[in-house]
Design a protein around this ligand. Structure first.
Ligand code: PLP
Length: 384
């Protein structure tokens, strides 16, 4: 978290029914719309990302509705659990947790569903547990090719403000995110962007909903207010974080994450370790998940680096526990922080007796120090 965000958080909490609040909240919502790249309503709940998952379902679906869910990793599996506990019927697409969702498989299921029982396709954009990305634009295209009316729901928890994400242009109906990742805030906000189609689906949806009902949220938001007590200080921080992202320029933020992802992958390759993600087109720029060599325990290695360097690496999650570790490189992160992080990993591997080749840090530094050509940055700018 940047100091500017911490200072914004530290302001005195103001009356959330007052005029000053309304103008600040409007700024927060407008900023979030720009980050989601949408002109549709956004909803900001005092919640975590899991609350966003639940809000997406209860506002648009009815018990027994079918949701098509590709299992790309731990978070896709967790989201599936939410759907099942809410009484939805999940049509899963099995996966090996080493790549993104398969657009061919999604298209085939949709084509086979002639009676349109599938009411939503729910995809995790950046699978934080595996470091593999699903191609949302392509999945939207397949829904259109199959001429299927299902809603498209996307978990953008660890991609928003790290990697290119376009709610409107990609035809996403509900995008879900949270404050604690690319937005550089503490945990505590569950964030949604909601298409007109999703709003319309809500009118006939039969799920019971109270706290998560986005209708009173959107109605109050129009005046700059919230139906219940908002997380006021997190909204101050959100305004400041979006300001920082826009000062840097979202295109440059994405390019920075791309460099960090690539530098990290070069380090891992030099160490002779395998990435969890097997598909180069699906490499994540916010997190890199790494396989431990057979016979080595990833959690013991993580404990050793924590003790020696006070550096916390991500654990393997779900069925990847103990066999993988994750290097986060998202948010308020710069070249030297990445260099330090990778140095900690390289020293930790050596200390823990893990068989590996030295030189990963050097390979990463070579990549980081190679200047991005003006031509490349022009391309990035023109694409945004
Ligand atoms: N989705 C993804 C991709 C995540 O990485 C996470 C958490 O890390 C979640 C959902 C769940 O969000 P939360 O832990 O904020 O409830």
């Amino acid at each position: 978290m940047p100091h500017r965000v911490l200072r914004a958080l530290a302001q005195p909490t103001i009356d959330h029914r007052g005029r000053a609040f309304a103008s600040m909240a409007r700024e927060a919502m407008a900023g979030l719309q720009r980050v989601f790249r949408t002109s549709s309503p956004v909803a900001i709940y005092p919640a975590s990302g899991s609350g966003g998952w639940e809000a997406a379902f209860v506002n648009t679906l009815s018990a027994g509705d079918t949701v098509l869910m590709p299992e790309t990793g731990h978070f896709a599996a967790q989201w599936r659990g939410v759907a099942e506990r809410l009484g939805l019927h999940v049509d899963p697409i099995a996966g090996d947790w080493r790549r993104g969702a398969d657009p061919d498989a999604i298209e085939q299921r949709l084509r086979d569903d002639r009676e349109h029982r599938i009411k939503a396709v729910a995809v995790v954009h950046n699978e934080t547990s595996t470091g593999a990305v699903s191609h949302v634009r392509e999945i939207r295209r397949r829904l259109d090719i199959a001429a299927h009316p299902a809603l498209l729901m996307v978990d953008a928890v660890s991609s928003l403000a790290c990697m290119d994400y376009r709610h409107d242009e990609w035809g996403v109906d509900v995008s879900i995110s949270a404050s604690q990742k690319g937005l550089m805030l503490p945990p505590g906000l569950g964030l949604l962007a909601i298409s007109e189609r999703a709003l319309a689906a809500g009118a006939s949806a039969g799920m019971p909903r109270s706290y998560w009902d986005w209708r009173p949220m959107i109605a109050h938001n129009a005046e700059g207010f919230f139906p219940t007590t908002p997380a006021t200080n997190l909204l101050f921080a959100l305004v400041e974080a979006v300001r920082m992202l826009e000062e840097e320029g979202l295109a440059n933020v994405f390019a920075r994450h791309q460099r960090f992802g690539e530098a990290t992958r070069r380090a891992v390759a030099k160490w002779g370790l395998d990435l969890v993600c097997l598909d180069p087109d699906a490499y994540s720029n916010s997190v890199t998940a790494v396989m431990m060599p057979a016979g080595c325990n990833a959690d013991e290695f993580r404990q050793a680096t924590l003790r020696a360097f006070n550096m916390s690496l991500g654990a393997g999650l779900g069925k990847l526990k103990g066999t993988t570790f994750r290097i986060g490189h998202l948010g308020d992160f710069n070249d030297l922080m990445l260099a330090g992080t990778l140095s900690g990993v390289e020293m930790g591997l050596a200390m823990s007796g893990v068989p590996f080749s030295r030189g990963g840090v050097g390979a990463a530094l070579d990549h980081l120090s190679a200047a991005v050509s003006p031509r490349q940055s022009e391309i990035v700018k023109s694409e945004i």
